[in-house]
Design a protein around this ligand. Structure first.
Ligand SMILES: *[C@@H]1O[C@H](CO)[C@@H](O)[C@H](O)[C@H]1NC(C)=O
Ligand SMILES: *[C@@H]1O[C@H](CO)[C@@H](O)[C@H](O)[C@H]1NC(C)=O
Ligand SMILES: *[C@@H]1O[C@H](CO)[C@@H](O)[C@H](O)[C@H]1NC(C)=O
Ligand SMILES: *[C@@H]1O[C@H](CO)[C@@H](O)[C@H](O)[C@H]1NC(C)=O
Length: 796
């Protein structure tokens, strides 16, 4: 019973429990979830074209150059739905046959996937594609609004992968192309190649690369203000099978490596090979003991002073034993540089007969230091180029490319840990907030078509929102950021989205608790607005509290007016109430007491509650309250109050009153109090136009009937002429908790149309799309349908 094992298990349990409580704030839920239908993104896709995975931003030309399968596009960077030009780049029939004869799938593998796009100079771009397992590169120009493929095809081996499913990376530095990919058909010869007057590449040795997966590369201008006369470096990020661990299985580790820009290779040893290639492990370690996480993507946040630059990286788990499937870590460029310039090396030792182990090298290092760039010290010793390096230094670096120290993230731990769908790509924006500080906002793409927007506030990761960018659950393959616009590509298309949509926050509390550095509550116009980017435009009455999430400065809102609902005996009744935040808890009260959650009579779901089989005892007042906890404070908001009254003879008139109320209100709201901040949606349903005409006719007929009914009612004294206006004033958009008046920012659609279409969809038995959720969320428009198709209510 008291065996040591038992003791160990208990201890381990305690350790894990402590670890989890300490790290719980790293594993956050997005505060808001924006569905595809509510998110008015600009989309580009062409029928029959897939795999939009390569992007090049040409600010000078106002273009987003986009590489897809067998096509290259020049899109307007301000509105990517406008394709200014397209150039097809197809494989030839012979190439496709040849590829197929080597056992590859003719339609999947044997196509030309554009995988690389770089700017050479103002007029020339360089493009490479897989070209049916025969990588090829070419030049493109853009002039007179047209893209042109020059047709000077070059061998793309070592620049672009053969296999479209293999990752690769490249960067253009002063017209020299640095590329990391595989050199052969089988994908088994990994290489980092520089295509330049003096071409260089890596050595084929498992200590250099062991089945790597290249992810990212970029240049850091380390020669700037360098007292040692250091050189610029090109850093690359990849994962590979570890050589340094004893493990029963293949163990993958993440790596960062670098080379010096001025490298020219060795004279005898390492001829035409890198003499400055060094690599080390990149850690993004978790609280619990776990296998290393695998790097998936990197973003370089450049700073004017390179020492202050940061690399952000996204990782995924390689074991199924942890449910924390993804992580984001940030690395100080200076820290990485130091490991290479001052750290210890690892060396191979033979243990027993055949086994090798990698351990720290403690012997003397040759001079100049292996892997160092040619700096002032080397030059003063007469070594002007890497060609002059002594054999000892070169032999050492050939056999010891791996450093002993790993690079640890800034603050020593991940910025973000996530459960659920894997994170795939990331970009980072440095945002200046109203407090004059700047905060890095991380946009991470997921494997199921979402992008998550997160900020780290002093070690506390806060996910502002998750936005669904693609209708199908495609993985995000590429993310780019340019002037407050986010561009994302996937297999099925490309979308453009503004980095912030402050108009999504309707109330001051919602706006402040969002803790979105782009947004603040403007007390003058009573709206959540974009924080001015330049200090000259700074406004004084902005309410924003990023670090503290303190919404106590928000003005109090008008109390919520109760809504009257009719109780039909035996029917199911739906009462709507949707909280602003996924972090808020919704509490329903009935007749002053909390609604019993564990009762089969009620179902509480995220849009409200359902009361089954209503009886007389269910009549009374229902109150929906949300409680959101932020930084130790609770924010309680009453979202809706319903008075459920038993059906009487007057029920039909009640319904008519409601309907009339809505008709008049829809006209007032359509005059538009909220100006849309986002660009209008480009994905409108075309077939709705014809429906629209039919509906207009139907509406006209209905209006005439309504008018007759109204006159009859007024004549009979059932309603007073002031009724509608009374309701209207309650429902002015200021009274935010009235959910039906929340605009999602797209006012382009006439609310009359929304209302009618809603009825159409309900009628055809379809779920009302949440594109019209600003209306459908509220229950009143449904009443129109209920009025017409009253059986619906019992069918909920
Ligand atoms: C761009 O580069 C190409 C090839 O390197 C060269 O022929 C051309 O003159 C350059 N154009 C400009 C505008 O610099
Ligand atoms: C990185 O480290 C250097 C030197 O320690 C420091 O000056 C710099 O501010 C650090 N950068 C960041 C972003 O932490
Ligand atoms: C290309 O797109 C297709 C269709 O969505 C997808 O099945 C395939 O995996 C993609 N290929 C690559 C190489 O991304
Ligand atoms: C609804 O409630 C009544 C009594 O209030 C009961 O007799 C009846 O069986 C219930 N119907 C269903 C479907 O549960």
């Amino acid at each position: 019973m008291y065996s040591p094992l038992w003791f160990f298990i208990v201890l381990h349990g305690i350790f894990l429990a402590c670890a989890y409580t300490g790290w719980s704030n790293l594993n956050s839920i997005p505060r808001k979830t924006i569905q595809y239908e509510d998110n008015h993104v600009i989309t580009f896709k062409e029928k029959g074209v897939w795999n939009y995975s390569t992007m090049l931003i040409r600010e000078d030309l106002g273009l987003l150059v986009l590489g897809a399968r067998e096509a290259i596009y020049a899109l307007d960077i301000n509105d990517i739905s406008v394709a200014k030009s397209k150039v097809p780049w197809k494989v030839t029939k012979e190439k496709q046959k040849e590829c197929n004869s080597k056992g590859k799938h003719p339609d999947i593998d044997c196509r030309n996937y554009v995988r690389m796009l770089h700017q050479m100079n103002d007029s020339l771009m360089y493009v490479c594609g897989t070209n049916a397992f025969s990588p090829t590169c070419d030049y493109i120009t853009y002039g007179d609004g047209r893209l042109k493929l020059e047709g000077n095809q070059e061998d793309g081996r070592g620049k672009c992968p053969f296999d479209p499913f293999q990752r690769s990376s490249s960067v253009m530095v002063d017209q020299d192309l640095y590329s990391a990919t595989s050199l052969n058909f089988l994908g088994s010869e990994p290489v980092i190649l520089r295509t330049s007057p003096i071409p260089l590449r890596t050595v084929f040795k498992s200590s250099w690369f062991n089945e790597p997966n290249f992810v990212y590369m970029d240049v850091v201008p380390e020669s700037e203000d360098s007292p040692e006369g250091d050189d610029d470096k090109v850093y690359m990020f990849f994962s590979e099978n570890a050589v340094e661990y004893d493990f029963y299985n293949k163990l993958v580790v993440s790596r960062v490596a670098r080379v010096c820009k001025g490298d020219m290779g060795g004279q005898r040893t390492l001829q035409r090979k890198w003499t400055s290639f060094l690599k080390t492990r990149l850690d993004c370690s978790l609280p619990e003991p776990s296998l290393p996480y695998i790097i998936q993507d990197v973003f370089h946040v450049r700073h004017k002073k390179w020492r202050k630059s940061v690399f952000y990286a996204v990782f995924t788990s390689q074991s199924s034993s942890t449910d924390l499937s993804s992580a984001v870590c940030a690395y100080n460029v200076t820290d990485i540089s130091e490991v290479f310039s001052r750290g210890k090396f690892k060396t191979e030792v033979n243990v027993e007969m055949s086994d090798v182990k990698w351990v720290m090298y403690n012997g003397e290092l040759p001079v100049p230091r292996p892997g160092a760039c040619i700096n002032n010290a080397a030059k003063s010793a007469g070594i002007m180029r890497s060609l002059d390096l002594p054999d000892k230094t070169l032999q050492f670096i050939r056999d010891h490319p791996l450093m002993d120290d790993a690079v640890r993230p800034i603050t020593g731990k991940p910025l973000l840990l996530k459960r659920g769908p894997l994170l795939t790509r990331l970009v980072v924006d440095d945002v200046s907030a109203s407090d004059g500080q700047s905060y890095p906002v991380v946009f991470v793409g997921t494997e199921n078509g979402y992008v998550q927007k997160a900020v780290n506030y002093n070690g506390e990761m806060h996910i502002i929102e998750e936005v669904k960018l693609f209708q199908n659950a495609d993985p995000i393959d590429v993310l780019r950021l340019h002037q407050n616009q986010l561009y994302a590509g996937s297999a099925s298309g490309v979308v453009q989205m503004p980095v912030s949509s402050c108009s999504r926050y309707f109330s001051c509390v919602d706006c402040v608790l969002a803790r979105d550095p782009y947004c603040a509550w403007d007390a003058t116009v009573q709206r959540c607005s974009r924080v001015p980017t330049s200090p000259e435009n700074a406004k004084s009455n902005l309410i924003q509290s990023l670090m503290d999430g303190d919404a106590t400065r928000c003005p109090t809102t008008a109390p919520v007016e109760p809504k009257i609902r009719t109780l039909v005996l035996g029917n199911n009744i739906r009462l709507l109430c949707h909280p602003d935040s996924n972090l808020a808890q919704v509490i329903w009260n009935f007749a002053g007491k909390p609604l019993p959650y564990s009762n089969r009579k009620y179902t509480i779901y995220n849009e409200g509650i359902l009361v089954y089989n209503a009886s007389a005892a269910d009549a009374g007042r229902y109150t929906c309250t949300s409680v959101e906890r932020a930084k130790g404070r609770d924010y309680t908001q009453t979202l809706a109050i319903y008075d459920l009254r038993e059906q009487s003879a007057a029920v039909v008139t009640d319904k008519i009153k409601t309907t009339l109320g809505i008709l008049s209100e829809s006209y007032t709201t359509s005059s538009g109090l909220h100006k849309p901040e986002e660009p209008p949606s480009y994905s409108k349903n075309l077939s709705s136009e014809s429906k629209w005409i039919v509906m207009q006719v139907a509406l006209a007929v209905l209006s005439v009937m309504m008018a007759c009914l109204l006159i009859w009612n007024l004549y009979m004294g059932h309603i007073s002429p002031f009724m509608c206006c009374g309701r209207q004033s309650i429902k002015s958009p200021r009274n935010l908790p009235e959910r039906e008046y929340m605009h999602t920012g797209n006012d382009a659609v006439d609310s009359k149309q929304q209302m009618v279409r809603l009825c159409v969809t309900t009628n055809s038995g379809l779920e009302a799309t949440s594109f019209h959720r600003n209306i459908t969320n509220g229950d009143t428009p449904t009443d129109i349908c209920i009025f017409k198709y009253i059986t619906d209510e019992s069918e909920i």
